[in-house]
Design a protein around this ligand. Structure first.
Ligand code: FAD
Length: 294
């Protein structure tokens, strides 16, 4: 399928027009943002039943602003722009986002959008795992107006989201990390341009005595049909001093919460074993970042 046939290509300049097009064409329509994922689907002939593209590049949605609820990131902000944002550059609490943005190749950094990384609901992407560890919500616009959806409720199953048929994403809000926060992300991949075999992101708050006040441990990359948080690891770490032995135990604890997939990249057993190792390493990396303040 060609993405350039003018009869099936729309370039609306308002959110209302996008919603009306989604209403009119229903499941035949697909939003086009950076196009990096859609292009891959088209090249593999996987755009089943799609014959209308709604390009949202004229809507703007490219601002990154600091608000009382946290950092508001427009859905059309490209990865490269986010990586340059001063707000996320220094604070250890944003470390997982910086780490995740260090993996995509430059072409993807320049094309891929924050909204596309979420709306594709691909369990192998890296950024969604980082978003889940940082917490927050997305904003969606539809015929009934705009609404917020918590990131943890956004993905409902493999490639499925809680967006309604007439809704699209306009932005992402991530809470400003609390004092004492730190975070980190690690990806295991077969080569530099490949999707993750496993990825892990953690964010936690340490009080001045080194006790973990709260923690999020998020995993993706095929450890489940959608990125998830490990309640077992989080329970183990909360309220405790983070010793090397405890970090190892927390790494092992995630196994109770995942249901790894098997594919041409890795067996389920390998994914499971690596998810444990990467969780422990991500926790260590986040602690090191707090002492380095970077
Ligand atoms: C070679 C290559 C390397 C990659 N490496 C990495 C990596 O290292 N780490 C990583 O995390 N990811 C990686 N990716 C995946 C990349 O993150 C996604 O392709 C990208 O985030 C998708 O964003 P996009 O703007 O291009 O979306 P598009 O391709 O335009 O759209 C993706 C999907 O989301 C929908 N959509 C897009 N925006 C919206 C919106 N605002 N509202 C509702 N629906 C919307 C589209 O309809 C489509 O279903 C890689 C991809 C490629 C091709």
């Amino acid at each position: 399928m060609s993405l350039t046939t003018l009869e099936n290509y729309y370039l609306p300049d308002s959110g209302r027009d996008v919603v009306e097009l989604l209403q009119e064409y229903g499941e035949r329509a697909m939003i086009l943002a950076g196009g990096s994922f859609v292009h891959g689907l088209a090249a593999r002939d996987l755009l089943f039943g799609i014959d209308v593209f709604i390009d949202i590049q004229k809507l703007g949605l490219t601002d990154i602003t600091v608000a009382s609820e946290g950092l508001q990131i427009g859905a059309m902000v490209r990865f490269a722009e986010l990586a340059k944002a001063p707000e996320i550059q220094a604070d250890p609490g944003w470390g997982a986002v910086r780490d995740a943005l260090s993996y995509p190749p430059v072409q993807i950094m320049n094309a891929a959008t924050v909204g596309g990384s979420i709306a594709a609901v691909c369990p192998y992407f890296d950024l969604p795992t980082a978003w889940l560890a940082i917490g927050g919500k997305v904003t969606a616009e539809g015929i009934a107006g705009s609404k917020e959806i918590s990131l943890k409720d956004f993905s409902t199953s493999l490639f499925e989201s809680s967006l309604g048929p007439d809704e699209f994403l306009t932005g992402l809000t991530l809470p400003q990390p609390a004092p004492g926060s730190t975070s980190a992300f690690i990806k295991l991949e077969t080569n530099a341009n490949d999707l993750a075999i496993v990825n892990v992101a953690v964010q936690f708050i340490l009080d001045p005595s080194g006790v973990c006040q709260s923690v999020r441990v998020a995993l993706g990359g095929g450890v489940n049909e959608r990125p998830l948080r490990s309640a077992s690891a989080e329970k183990l770490l909360t309220g405790q001093k983070l010793t090397d032995a405890l970090l190892k135990e927390a790494g092992e604890a995630i196994e109770a919460d995942i249901s790894p997939m098997a594919d041409h990249r890795a067996t389920a057993e390998y994914r499971s074993a690596m998810a444990c190792v990467l969780t422990e390493r991500a926790l260590h990396r986040a602690i090191a970042r707090l002492t380095r303040r970077s």
